[in-house]
Design a binder for this molecule. Structure first.
Ligand code: ZN
Length: 330
């Protein structure tokens, strides 16, 4: 009954202005630039995550219960992914377990969930050889999703480099994404599609050897889904620092980034504009789709065995959760 004890322990534990800045190294280590700030099948296994209220498309619990971002639940997700599963290279068994759990949670929340399979090549990921293999994105659409109408997409990469447990990179992003998926089942300004992206981490040098999951997703988007995408967010490394980075790949005007910075300002959340091409938002921007990366503050444990749950700062998780829930819900 070890799982019961672990589940109980996790549940008990779970009960508990725009600026000009320099952003440092991102996922594949390229150098950021300075820019001016603009004025599935559900598993039958018990869940190792902290308790998440279940819902169905026809169940609408009180908004007062659902409307608040729960940092304790997000921390529980980080602890499960980075503390229990550990490194989650895209073709590994640990990745498969992580994807199955994320899929189960999204199904339980009432989303229509599909696995989008892709193959990744052999290569070298952050100094470690990796084999070719199969992996998949987990894609969750709200019940009755209609791509002929405007919608938004929130994604977070679920994989890690082979040597890192990936608490900040990127259990933090997945944790925020799952909380947002729960919050938006009650209401949102626009329908929201959630995607846990596979194989964001590099398998070699150059544009063609990273962001595999998001590039496959964008390649397979039907024209109607491209036309009606009102904004894509990549949550990638969102739980260190005290200011929320809001980045686009191109240094020019970016209405989506400006909108998020305005939302942050109104909510009293410190945020900064930045330029960065090192996450899944770049796959969308390359196809002229509006996209932003949230996150990317440098930290010493980056891509190392030290990227454990203790690097995660609950206050920063809460800032990101508040920013995104304000943007999605109001
Ligand atoms: Zn990352």
């Amino acid at each position: 009954m070890a799982w019961l004890a672990r589940r109980w322990a996790l549940r008990r534990w779970a009960a508990v202005s725009a600026a000009v800045v320099v952003l440092a190294a991102a996922c594949d280590g390229d150098e950021p630039r300075v820019v001016p700030a603009p004025t599935a099948t559900p598993s039958s296994a018990p869940s190792p995550f902290p308790s998440t209220p279940k819902s169905s498309p026809t169940f609408s619990p009180s908004p007062t219960v659902r409307a608040r971002f729960r940092v304790d639940a997000a921390l529980g997700t980080v602890r499960f992914l980075a503390g229990e599963l550990g490194p989650r290279e895209a073709t590994s068994d640990a990745y498969a377990r992580a994807a199955a759990e994320v899929q189960r949670q999204l199904v339980d929340l009432g989303y229509a969930v599909e696995r989008q399979r892709l193959r990744v090549p052999a290569g070298v990921s952050w100094g470690v050889p990796v084999a070719a293999g199969q992996t998949w994105n987990v894609v969750a659409r709200p019940s009755g999703f209609d791509a002929s109408q405007p919608y938004r997409l929130v994604g977070a990469h679920l994989d890690t480099v082979p040597q890192a447990p990936g608490a900040e990179d990127n259990a933090s992003g997945v944790a925020v994404m799952l909380e947002l998926a729960r919050l938006t089942t009650a209401r949102s300004r626009l329908p929201v599609v959630f995607v846990a992206f596979a194989a964001e981490e590099p398998r070699g040098d150059g544009e063609a050897l990273h962001h595999f999951g998001s590039r496959a997703y964008v390649e397979r988007m039907p024209p109607e889904q491209r036309r009606n995408l009102a904004g894509m967010i990549s949550l990638d490394r969102v739980s260190v620092g005290s200011v929320v980075p809001v980045c686009t790949g191109s240094p020019g005007p970016a209405p989506l980034r400006s909108m998020l910075l305005r939302t942050a300002r109104r909510a009293g959340i410190p945020a900064e504009a930045c330029t960065n091409t090192s996450s899944d938002h770049w796959s969308f921007e390359l196809e002229q789709l509006p996209a932003v990366r949230i996150g990317g503050t440098p930290y010493p444990a980056y891509h190392s065995v030290a990227d454990r749950p203790r690097v995660v700062n609950a206050d920063q998780l809460r800032r990101v959760g508040r920013l995104l829930s304000s943007w999605l819900l109001r």
